[in-house]
Design a binder for this molecule. Structure first.
Ligand code: BMA
Length: 312
């Protein structure tokens, strides 16, 4: 996985790659912006699903491939589905996550159905052919994030019930499914809390399984005089019952700071959607959208993030 050591002057739990942004609109023709995107290890390299808004400002998702997870080749055309449940529309797609589970890759995203946002799901083995499954929930919902293994025999997904607009509220909920088709046993996990996350929160990358619990990195939004400000924070959830929050950081992990996070189509946004981890070294690389325009990556150590959550 990609890596860069912590710069000497940095005393934070995450630090940005010095060559951010790693993906810009130049990789895809007729593109407006590439951000809020998900990557996973694949074969002897990496694959991903990228949010590419086109120059009609339609929101689409595209597959991509990379040898080093920093330089990406992204398919020029949006991904399409080889099969889809009858009657399931596909008006728009954004903010994908990719989860490897039982040898398959499951993609979740904010899926426009009847022009309302909800959680779409598709599966792929090769990032070429995608088969769409049923939407997980009724509208309105966003930020559907699967756990990377079944929990007590069930698929588990975090999500953020919302509205049809820019949603001035939102907490993280957990739902279970025996078959990826029918979802239920919906439970609250976390509500908004500290000022940096006081407007709404939503799950980010696929949770990382650690000996201390599931490490959940999530986005938290503050409403400022000039609009929303997106940060990321972290919490630890119980391994067997992720509805239980073991610890939650009161301080944010990362806030918009650099010019590419401060300025863009939507200023002051850092929006995490994926993480690559190396168990041997404890390293994590978090992929995040910057100002709804480009994609960046930040590095850290999982044990330091866990200590940061517990100590703050
Ligand atoms: C959210 C989503 C994200 C976006 C963010 C900031 O509601 O639409 O895709 O990054 O707003 O604009």
């Amino acid at each position: 996985m990609p890596w860069e050591d912590r710069p000497k002057e940095c005393d934070r739990p995450l630090w940005r790659y010095s060559r951010n942004p790693i993906v810009t609109k130049l990789v895809v023709p007729k593109c407006n912006s590439i951000f809020n995107s998900a990557v996973v290890p694949f074969g002897d390299g990496f694959a991903g699903v990228f949010r590419c808004d086109n120059d009609c400002r339609q929101m689409r998702i595209h597959a991509g491939f990379s040898k080093d997870a920093l330089h990406w080749e992204i398919e020029p055309e949006p991904l399409t589905f080889a099969t889809a449940p009858d009657g399931l529309g596909f008006d728009y797609a954004y903010d994908p996550r990719v989860c490897k589970i039982d040898g398959e890759y499951l993609v979740t995203w904010c899926n426009g159905y009847a022009n309302y946002p909800t959680i779409g799901i598709a599966k792929t083995r090769d990032f070429k052919r995608f088969d769409q499954l049923e939407n997980a929930f009724l509208p309105f919902n966003r930020n559907g994030v699967l756990f990377p293994r079944k929990i007590n025999g069930m698929y588990a997904m975090l999500s953020r019930p919302s509205d049809n607009g820019h949603t001035p509220f939102g907490d993280i909920f957990l739902s279970y499914s025996p078959d990826l088709k029918f979802w239920g046993r919906h439970r609250l996990v976390m509500k908004t809390d500290m000022p940096w996350e006081s407007t709404k929160i939503g799950a980010g990358p696929i949770p990382v399984e650690t000996s201390e619990g599931w490490l959940l990195i999530y986005h938290g939004v503050l409403t400022s005089c000039s609009g929303y400000v997106y940060h990321f924070g972290a919490a630890l959830l119980d391994l067997d019952d992720p509805q239980k929050v073991i610890a939650r950081g009161k301080r944010y992990l990362l806030a918009p700071e650099t010019p590419y996070e401060r300025a863009g189509d939507v200023p002051n946004v850092v929006f995490p959607c994926a993480a690559l981890c190396d168990a041997a070294t404890g390293r994590i690389a978090v992929y995040y959208g910057c100002a709804d325009t480009v994609t960046g990556v930040a590095f850290g150590y999982i044990n330091e993030i866990i200590s940061y959550i517990k100590n703050n």
